[in-house]
Design a protein around this ligand. Structure first.
Ligand code: PGA
Length: 245
C-alpha cells in the first residue's frame, strides 16, 4: 500500500510573516491523512523545523560534502536543521542553473549519504512532447540517477511536464497516468518490490479543483505543488484530495 504524499514547493516566495501565517492556518485545519512535506527556502528551514503538522524539505542541495563553494548548502547542513526531504532536478534548476542529469545524480547521492530523502523531478519540454519524446526523456532522467543510487533510496519521483509548471495548463489525468505507469515499469524492471512502494507524484498547475481527478489515477500517489501551495487553505484542500493506493 502506498500512503499518499503531497509536497509544497514554495520556490522563492514568502517572508517570515507570511510563512508564520501559513503555518498557523495549515495547523489549525483538520488533520490530513496523507504525508505532508513543505519545501521552503533554505533561510527559513530553521524556523519551520518547529512545526508538527508537516515534515521539512529543502528545494536544492550542493553535490559536494563541504568546502570552497560560496553560497552553497550541503546535505549535512540540511540534515543538521532536521530537514528530511529535498527536491532535486527541478526543471527550474535544470533550466536556469545548469543542473545536468550527472550533477543531479551526484546531488541525490549526497542526500542519501546524509539520510535525506530525495524528491527527484523529471519532465519534458513542450517541444519534446510534440516530438513524441516524453517517455524517452523521463526514462533517461530517471535511469541516470538509478545507475548510481538504488531505487529504495529515493523518497519520491515527481513527474512535472515543464509546459505545465506555473502555466495553468495541466496534463490530462490520462496522459499523466501514462507517464507515471511508464516510470513505474522502468523501476519494476530493476526492483519490483521497490516499484510497488515508490511514490510517484504529479506536479504542474495542480489546484484544488483538479487535484482529485489527477490523484484518482492508479499510479499518481500525490503531488508536488507550486503556486497553489502558497495558500495554506488551497494546499490543505489538495492534501484532502489525495488517496491511498
Ligand atoms: P506549479 O509548480 O504548481 O506552480 O505549476 C509546480 C512545481 O514547479 O513544482
Amino acid at each position: 500500500m502506498r500512503q499518499p504524499l503531497v509536497i509544497a514547493n514554495w520556490k522563492m516566495n514568502g517572508l517570515t510573516q507570511a510563512n508564520n501565517a501559513w503555518v498557523e492556518t495549515f495547523s489549525s485545519l483538520e488533520k490530513v491523512s496523507c504525508d505532508v512535506v513543505v519545501c521552503a527556502p533554505h533561510v527559513y528551514l530553521s524556523t519551520l523545523s518547529q512545526s508538527q503538522s508537516f515534515e521539512l524539505g529543502a528545494q536544492d542541495v550542493n553535490e559536494h560534502e563541504s568546502g570552497a563553494y560560496t553560497g552553497e548548502i550541503s546535505a549535512a547542513m540540511l540534515s543538521d536543521l532536521a530537514v528530511k526531504w529535498c527536491i532535486v532536478g527541478h526543471s527550474e534548476r535544470r533550466q536556469y542553473y545548469g543542473d545536468t542529469n550527472e550533477r543531479i545524480a551526484q546531488k541525490v547521492m549526497s542526500l542519501v549519504k546524509a539520510g535525506i530523502r530525495p524528491i527527484l523531478c523529471v519532465g519534458e519540454t513542450l517541444e519534446e512532447r510534440d516530438a513524441g519524446q516524453t517517455l524517452d526523456v523521463v526514462a533517461k532522467q530517471l535511469l541516470s540517477v538509478l545507475s548510481y543510487v538504488p531505487v529504495r533510496e529515493l523518497g519520491a519521483v515527481a513527474y512535472e511536464p515543464i509546459w505545465a509548471i506555473g502555466t495553468g495548463k495541466t496534463a490530462t489525468p490520462q496522459s499523466a497516468q501514462e507517464v507515471h505507469r511508464a516510470l513505474r515499469e522502468i523501476v519494476k524492471n530493476i526492483d519490483p518490490e521497490a516499484a510497488d512502494a515508490l511514490r510517484l507524484l504529479y506536479g504542474g498547475s495542480v489546484k484544488p479543483n483538479n487535484a482529485l481527478e489527477l490523484f484518482s489515477m492508479p499510479d499518481i500517489d500525490g503531488g508536488l505543488i507550486g503556486g497553489a501551495a502558497l495558500n495554506a487553505q488551497d494546499f490543505h484542500s489538495i492534501c484532502q484530495a489525495s488517496l491511498t493506493k
